[in-house]
Design a protein around this ligand. Structure first.
Ligand code: PEP
Length: 255
């Protein structure tokens, strides 16, 4: 079974959130895990609507504080997220790394507190264009994962496998309309899977970067791809429904 997670970034109003859930009241996840991640001010509305419609689409935060409380202006704590009914959080999205100074170490700390409190963590990794061109992909991914593995070592394998998910998002493919080729995705996921196995973890790995209904069917059939983290194409209800259908519908054999 796969995971479909929509990252709504800094989009939508309360009214938009309500109509998204109303339009998808009849959605059938067919055993897959479906999520959307709205901005903090929309979490309460999203959680209420999700519950009203039977929790078929769970709510994720886009980030979480590394402490339960304290002098951390602008942050949202696990305690506050749990109170709303949030099921988990994205951590270390490339926009957090790029614009808000998220480091591999600070991201691992956020992951730690989420795991401690039973949240699902979608931990984002991925190289930028320069790093790919310079052939530094493997080094970058290893550096992103090592602090995370250190944190994960303190938890049982069962907890980590159940709560921690990786999202491989090549930065050059996010919001650009450029998707990595299926060969590039296969090779990257294979490399990440092997790194995880070497560290003793068996984690689901999502792909993200300009995923849309037109390409998700093929992407989700690549070995070691366990679903998708989707930005732009997750915003509209129809497109979200079509994305889910790509995971549930068997691929047509090539003609
Ligand atoms: C994202 O925001 O994580 C993302 C992958 O965006 P997009 O699908 O729009 O490229």
């Amino acid at each position: 079974m796969a995971i479909l997670a929509g990252n709504w970034k800094l989009y939508k109003t309360r009214k938009d959130v309500e109509s998204f859930f109303d339009s998808l009241a009849d959605i059938d996840p067919a055993g897959h895990e479906c999520y959307v991640a709205p901005s903090p001010s929309l979490l309460e509305t999203a959680c209420r609507k999700s519950q009203e419609k039977g929790n078929k689409i769970g709510i994720l935060s886009q980030n979480l504080a590394y402490k339960l409380e304290g002098a951390l202006t602008g942050e949202t704590s696990v305690k506050q997220l749990l109170e709303l009914g949030v099921k988990g959080s994205l951590v270390a999205h490339s926009e957090r790394r790029q614009f808000f100074g998220e480091t591999n170490e600070s991201a691992a700390e956020r992951c730690k507190i989420g795991l401690e409190h039973g949240l699902k963590i979608l931990f984002c990794i991925g190289e930028n264009l320069e790093e790919r061109k310079q052939g530094r992909f493997e080094k970058v991914i290893e550096a992103q994962l090592n602090p995370l593995f250190k944190v994960a070592d303190a938890f049982s394998k069962e907890t980590v496998q159940k709560q921690l998910v990786l999202a491989y998002e090549p930065v050059w493919a996010i919001g650009t309309g450029v998707t990595a080729t299926n060969e590039e995705i296969a090779a990257s996921h294979d490399f990440i899977y092997k790194l995880c196995s070497k560290a003793g973890f068996d984690l689901s790995i999502l792909y993200g970067g300009s995923v849309k209904p037109e390409n998700l069917g093929a992407i989700s059939s690549i070995p070691r791809v366990n679903g998708a983290l989707v930005g732009g194409a997750s915003l509209e209800a129809k497109s979200y429904r079509d994305l889910l259908a790509c995971l549930t519908r068997p691929l047509r054999s090539p003609t």
